[in-house]
Design a protein around this ligand. Structure first.
Ligand SMILES: *[C@@H]1O[C@H](CO)[C@@H](O)[C@H](O)[C@H]1NC(C)=O
Length: 254
């Protein structure tokens, strides 16, 4: 199957993309107020916990976040404070934090030594594998560097127009997609990312049921090292506690 490198929806000037939050919006203001308060405290909790448990990675990530805000500020000609309030105290961000079940497991259930969950994965040609099968395939499907084999699993399109849409960042990057409804759409979005970033590592797509995302508490991004079918290293929850240096150290210690 050939997949066209064509985005499902792109931002453009004519089309007013109104981000919509599906959950609970119709159920009254009190609900929304409660969720906003909950979302706010959850965000604070996440930030504080990241500081406590992953101090080094958090510092790096905080710097990166600062750069993202600065980029958005320059693009949109807003003040830094406006960018902060629009993006971090934005109703949609907070509602999303409050209602997204996958965000609950921010630190995740898996521990070092656990069996690596065998989630269903698709290639960009829609062939089906489970996680363990991939490593029994020919080396064509995995990237091998010294003794380690690397794969990337695309779990979800971040910041879709139906979910946690951040106007300054999404529009600035020209990335406005609806959440995919079908596996074909999800694969097309994954492929789109791969082409846009010339991403070279072997690339697999999570199922529509989000098997791998859930099992590995991976949203929005996460790194694991698996050895002999078991978790040998678990990275911090991305993007705030996501550090490539940790992987380097962990690989050396295997
Ligand atoms: C899978 O994850 C996406 C993105 O977070 C979400 O929009 C979708 O509803 C999830 N699907 C299921 C079946 O939970």
């Amino acid at each position: 199957m050939r997949i066209k490198n064509k985005p499902i929806t792109r931002c453009n000037g004519d089309e007013k993309l109104r981000p919509k939050v599906k959950t609970l919006f119709d159920k009254g203001r009190l609900w929304i107020a409660c969720l906003l308060v909950y979302g706010f405290f959850k965000m604070m909790y996440m930030i504080i916990m990241s500081k406590i448990w992953y101090p080094r990675a958090f510092c790096r990530a905080a710097k990166l976040m600062d750069k993202v805000v600065e980029d958005a500020r320059q693009r949109s000609k807003l003040s830094k404070w406006q960018v902060m309030t629009r993006n971090f105290f934005n109703k949609q961000n907070l509602l999303s934090l409050a209602t997204d079940p996958d965000q609950v497991a921010i630190f995740g259930r898996l521990s070092v030594g656990d069996l690596a969950p065998p989630g269903v994965l698709y290639t960009l040609d829609k062939e089906v594998y489970n996680f363990h099968q991939i490593f029994q395939q020919s080396p064509m499907n995995i990237f091998v560097l010294n003794f380690a084999e690397f794969i990337t699993i695309y779990i979800a399109e971040a910041h879709t127009t139906d979910d946690w849409y951040i106007p300054d960042l999404n529009d600035g990057a020209g990335l406005c997609f609806h959440a995919p409804d079908t596996l074909d759409d999800k694969i097309r979005l994954a492929n789109n990312f791969r082409n846009d970033f010339c991403y070279k590592l072997p690339f697999y797509v999570d199922s529509m049921q989000n098997d791998s995302m859930r099992a590995y508490s991976a949203k929005p991004e996460r790194i694991y090292i698996v050895k002999d079918g078991r978790i040998a290293f678990k990275g911090g929850p991305g993007p705030f506690s996501y550090a490539l240096d940790e992987i380097d150290d962990a690989l050396r210690k295997l």
